[in-house]
Design a protein around this ligand. Sequence first.
Ligand code: FE
Length: 242
Amino acid sequence: MIDKLAFRALSSGLSIVTARDGEGCNVGCVINTLVQVASEPPTLSIALNKGNATARVVQESGRFAATVLGQGATMDLIGLFGFKSSDEVDKFANCEFRVCGDGVPLVTDHGVACFGVRVEHTVDVGSHLLFIGPVEQAEVLSDAEPMTYAYYHTVLRGKTPPKAASYNGGEANGAPKAQPADPAAAVEGSGEAPAAASGQPRYAWQCTLCGYIEEGYPDGLPDDYACPICGAGPEMFERIEL
Ligand code: FE
C-alpha cells in the first residue's frame, strides 16, 4: 500500500528556479525539490514537472538558477511563480531579479541564498525530470529564516499545485483552522486570531487552488471574481472560518 500521508513527513524548502531560453525569454517556477546531492564538487538537483515551461528551458539551455525563499516571501510572489505559467505571464515584470554572468535570471525578492548551476545529468523520473549539476555560483542574500514547505502550508495556508512533485491529489493540506489569514500576524502577533478577540466567528473565502484568502464578501464572491494569485473563478473558492 501507499499511504499518501507518509509523504508529508518529508521536509523540504521553497525555492524559485529560473532559466533563460535561446531567445532571451526568462522563465521560472516555485519548487520544493532543491537538494544538495554531493559535497565535492558541490552539486544540486531539482525536479521539474515535464509540462512546465521552466523544465523545457532548463533542458534546452542546460543551466538554471535557484533562489531559496525566506519566511517573508509573500503569497503574491509564490502565487506568481507557483500557479501561473511562464508561457502566459512575464513573471519577471513583477519581482526583483538580476541577471547572472551566464545570462540566467536570478530572483532576489525575499531570497535567503541563491545558486547558479550547470546541468550535467538529466534523469527521466516519470512525471518529472531530475536535473543534476555542479554549483558554479553560490551567494547568501539575507539572514532571513528559510521557508519550509510546512510553514507554507500551515502559516500561509498555501496549497500544492497539481504539477508539484509532492502533489497528493488535492487532499486538504492539514492547515489548522484557527490560523490567521495574515502571515505577519501569525509570526509577529499574539497568535490569537481576531475572531477570537471579538467572540464572533469570522468567515472568508479560500481559493482551493492556491490558498489565497478573500474577506469582505459575506454573501458570496461575485460571478466575475478572479483569484488575484492564480486567476481561479469563484467556483474554486470554499467558505472557511477564520
Ligand atoms: Fe488562487
